[in-house]
Design a protein around this ligand. Structure first.
Ligand code: G6P
Length: 367
């Protein structure tokens, strides 16, 4: 009912605004004195993590995008292979699971039929199963060996917001647990934990971008298509941004890794095709800038979410929103919030049913 929405017009907006608190909740009891408390995953967690040689992630929808971010983290910070697949594909093919694979399922609800079926299908063939989930006592949690709750609280809006960012934090905690066994130093762990501890305050600062993002949303109200670009760990964030926009505003949106632009989507770019870029501060920024030039040269209007003041400035046809300064490891978590706000405001302008988009369900419990 509207009472529970309080001052907010929609549950989605309320849930976006809950994120500073959610960032606190997902860290609570999981870290102390700059270190991860890995018992949070379950009493057997240590013994399992000691043996893991690779990770197989399975999920659907927004949760799948969180899994894609984790692949970049695990392969970079742990240095073991990480595969990610949508559950509806994974469950129906003869997958190869090397010895000592950790099966990691991600789900807000813990009741998604395909994700549950994937778990049941391979459970007997993996070292252990870990569920990262928002609903304690859900089927996925009950049927997994280990679990880590995301503590985001009930999510009502069909378009997932706080569940996604809290999954990312849980996945970073998982990365640290695995990294300990593979040369992630205590110093590096302390630095990662210190970065995570900045999240509640950082999300508060990110919410201050709401006004400028609402103003930006006017450019999308009449558009029928949008292209999202990102590189590296921000590529899955671009995918999640595109999913949000299509789910609630019904604008056709897709995401590309920026380096693939010239292999297809550039053919679609003209003044009717806005391009949204999430721009990192790392070595890939210059490459991304070159991609953005290619878009401008074809009349495409650019909307850039940028990591630092100096890197890129607004100009004719280029609208830049700068994020507050943040540790680079938090990029995928932080860049998500502005994209959530953008899709929200575009949907409000278009007058769609933000919390209950047509044809979609919060939880897909039947195939
Ligand atoms: C549905 C929801 C999405 C969600 C997906 C996976 O499609 O509309 O928001 O990401 O299911 O749900 P899960 O509960 O498994 O994360």
């Amino acid at each position: 009912g509207s009472a529970e929405k309080g001052e907010f017009r929609h549950f989605m907006l309320k849930e976006i605004y809950e994120q500073p608190r959610v960032m606190q909740a997902v860290l609570e009891g999981r870290i102390a004195s700059g270190h991860l408390l890995e018992q949070a995953f379950g009493s057997d967690a240590g013994a399992v993590f000691d043996r893991v040689k690779q990770v197989q992630i399975v999920a659907c929808g927004t949760s799948y995008h969180a899994g894609l971010v984790a692949k970049y983290w695990i392969e970079e910070l742990v240095g073991i292979p990480c595969m990610v697949e949508v559950a509806s594909e994974f469950r129906y093919r003869p997958v190869v699971l090397p010895e000592d694979t950790l099966l990691l399922t991600l789900s807000q609800s813990g009741e998604t039929a395909d994700t549950l079926a994937a778990l049941r299908e391979v459970k007997a063939r993996v070292l252990a199963t870990l569920a990262i989930c928002n609903v304690p006592g859900s089927s996925l949690v009950r049927e997994s060996d280990l679990s880590l709750m995301t503590n985001a609280g009930p999510e009502i809006g069909v378009a997932s917001t706080k569940a996604f960012t809290s999954q990312l934090v849980a996945l970073m905690l998982t990365t640290i647990a695995l990294g300990r066994r593979h040369g992630l130093s205590a110093d590096k762990e302390t630095a990662l934990v210190a970065a995570l501890e900045q999240l509640p305050e950082l999300f508060q600062q990110l919410l201050a971008l709401d006004g400028p993002i609402e103003a930006m949303s006017a450019h999308f109200a009449e558009k029928r298509h949008a292209l999202f670009l990102g590189r590296n760990v921000l590529y899955p964030v671009a995918m999640e941004g595109a999913l949000k926009l299509k789910e609630i505003s019904y604008i056709h949106a897709e995401a590309y890794p920026a380096g693939e632009l010239k292999h297809g989507p550039l053919a679609l770019v003209d003044k009717e095709m806005p391009v949204i870029a999430v721009a990192p501060r790392n070595g890939m920024l210059d490459k991304l800038k070159a991609n953005l030039q290619e878009v401008r040269a074809r009349g495409g209007e650019l909307f850039v979410f940028a990591g630092c003041e100096e890197s890129i400035q607004s100009q004719e046809g280029v609208h830049v929103i700068h994020l507050p300064a943040l540790p680079p490891v938090l990029d995928p978590i932080a860049f998500t919030l502005p994209l959530q706000l953008l899709s929200y405001h575009v949907a409000v302008l278009k007058g769609t049913d933000v919390d209950q988009p047509r044809n979609l369900a919060k939880s897909v419990t039947v195939e």
